[in-house]
Design a protein around this ligand. Structure first.
Ligand code: NDP
Length: 528
């Protein structure tokens, strides 16, 4: 039945008949026959089904990955890099089918699906080009200069578990998988049960790129069953998702004494300073707040505007927002797509309705649009929001943003930092130096100046991640690779053990060591 209903909507894409079924068949540990239907938010119809893997399936997948990892770790860096480069090329080559799968699963607009595709080849090339130098052996100061030395080497942790969310099913799976593979690990990925086909399509491309069998496995099913089992089996967990799930993941990883990175939610502030160009800032607010219908962890949800620019900014922002087209097409056209499902629509609607009940005013939007798609919601701008309301404090994760006039930069910074979250912020000013200085005052893992999020995210050489309730650890850059390795220190001595030589009294040796320590402290201060 799934195939019959789903095929109607699948036919609107460029995907060949049976494409999704073939993807589902890629799962190597398909469990005891139980399955989970996958629905498209475009029409709320079933488009396919995936196995509901069991904890035993996860254990088998990790065991296979562990066997395959032994040879992969010994493979030369340039061979691993070549696989990644081919993967980047294949993603670009197969972009149309990937765009279709992402749109089918998420209901996002095609242009926003494009952002997902672009990220993968860039990340592949970055780690292919820089991974070896990031993980090269490093010589460090020895305990006693000239007499001893120390070298740090890096070994892969083994098998990495990647648990990824539905909002960016392509980017947010691959951006963590690519460095893990480069570092010599195997990966077992658990995509969100609502968006498994994108990850399965990527598994096919990794195989085509020459990744050895079993090194990248997908396990499908619900988070509490499959995600938990994965954390119990792997050597590291890279998790992206909500803050409360992140706490559960961290607790479980902690019990297993394995490390983890947690990329969680945000309530991201945008600061429009008195010298900002209101039109430019409004363009940035539209892009930031409504990309992927606001289901973006980096999206601004609170905008603080200097009162001297407030009216101009609001006019420009509201005008541009009202011109946005909402729609569901497998083509470039509408700028705002769907929310992921009915539960999420209800949650977004509740945030807006309760804010309005508590005194907020709607400057734009504020309605569901079932006439466009079952889970579509208008891009919504609120003002006069009660600072204690849900929409002010909790992540909405939808096309909803509030604007607030502020007396100046100090108040903007104070309000921006008044949050448990600390993922991403943006500062808008015609003076980039001033923007950098304000950025230093904001408690967020990333702060973008004159862009809502793209310049930070797309800087693949720079780390990305949150503070506070927005998570732990960093992806991208050297930090995003080093999280997947264990550092080993190899220290040598030219003179045998650093202990009192035969015939030397302990008292004399102690005096010698105190003297040596004094000299060493001076050298440490003066020598680089
Ligand atoms: P969830 O935390 O519900 O789910 C994320 C992933 O975790 C899914 O694959 C889910 O599986 C799985 N999961 C659920 N429960 C468990 C568990 N007990 N143990 C292990 N894994 C589990 O988040 P959402 O899917 O709702 O994603 C939206 C949230 O993610 C937002 O809050 C958003 O801010 C955040 N996010 C953060 C990003 C970042 O980079 N910082 C990027 C994107 C999103 P399943 O759903 O199949 O049950």
């Amino acid at each position: 039945m799934a195939q019959t209903i789903g095929s109607r909507i699948v036919q609107e894409t460029t995907l060949e008949s049976g494409y999704l079924e073939r993807l589902a068949a890629r799962i190597e540990t398909p469990g005891d026959g139980a399955s989970i239907d996958v629905l498209t938010p475009v029409t709320d119809e079933i488009i396919g089904a995936i196995p509901a893997c069991t904890a035993d399936d996860v254990a088998v997948a990790v065991e296979r990955a562990r066997s395959a990892q032994i040879d992969w770790e010994r493979t030369a860096d340039d061979e691993r890099a070549a696989v990644l480069e081919r993967m980047g090329t294949l993603v670009l080559k197969h972009r149309e089918e990937l765009l279709d799968v992402v749109q089918l699963e998420t209901g996002k607009s095609r242009l926003h699906a494009v952002e997902e595709i672009l990220d993968v080849p860039l990340t592949c090339s970055y780690y292919a080009a820089n991974g070896s130098s990031i993980l090269a052996d490093a010589h460090r100061s020895g305990a006693v200069p000239l007499v001893t030395d120390a070298t740090v080497t890096y070994d892969p942790v083994g098998v990495v578990g990647v648990i990824s969310p539905w909002n960016y099913p392509l980017t947010l799976a691959m951006t963590d998988v690519i460095p893990a593979l480069f570092a010599g690990n195997a990966v077992v990925c658990k995509p969100d049960e609502r968006t498994p086909f994108t990850a399965l399509a990527l598994a096919g491309l990794l195989a085509e790129a020459g990744l050895p069998d079993d090194l990248f496995q997908i396990v499908t099913g619900d988070g509490p069953t499959v995600g938990s089992a994965l954390i119990d089996e792997v050597d590291y967990v890279a998790f992206t998702g909500g803050t409360e799930t992140g706490r559960t993941v961290a607790e479980r990883a902690g019990r297993n004494l394995i490390d983890c990175s947690l990329e969680l939610g945000g309530k991201n502030p945008m600061l429009v300073l008195d010298d900002a160009d209101p039109e430019t800032a409004a363009r940035g607010a539209v892009k930031g707040a409504f990309t992927n219908a606001g289901q973006l962890c980096l999206a601004p949800e609170r905008i603080y505007v200097d009162e001297r620019r407030y009216d101009e900014f609001v006019d420009a922002f509201v005008g541009a927002t009202r011109r946005l087209e909402i729609g569901l097409e497998f083509d470039y056209g509408p700028e705002v797509g769907s929310l992921i499902d009915g539960d999420h629509l209800d949650s977004v609607r509740e945030h807006v309705e309760s804010a309005v009940t508590e005194g907020a005013s709607l400057l734009s939007g504020g309605r569901a649009r079932p006439d466009v798609g079952p889970f579509c919601y208008e891009p919504t701008i609120l003002t006069d929001v009660d600072p204690d309301s849900r929409v002010a404090c909790e992540e909405t994760f939808g096309p909803v943003v509030s604007v607030h006039p502020v007396s100046g930069v100090d108040e903007a910074i104070e309000l921006a930092n008044d949050s448990e979250y600390g993922l991403n912020a943006s500062v808008w000013t015609t003076d980039r130096e001033r923007g950098r200085a304000v950025a230093r005052e904001i408690d967020c893992g990333t702060v973008c100046v004159n862009d809502p999020y793209t310049v930070g995210w797309a800087a693949t050489d720079a780390p990305m991640g949150g503070v506070g309730d927005s998570g732990l650890g960093r992806r991208h850059g050297p930090e995003g690779l080093r999280r997947y390795v264990d550092a080993q220190t190899i220290a040598t001595s030219r003179i045998g053990p650093l202990s009192a030589p035969a015939g030397v009294s302990p008292r004399w040796f102690a005096r010698f060591m105190f003297g040596l320590t004094r000299v060493q402290r001076r050298l440490t201060r003066w020598l680089p």
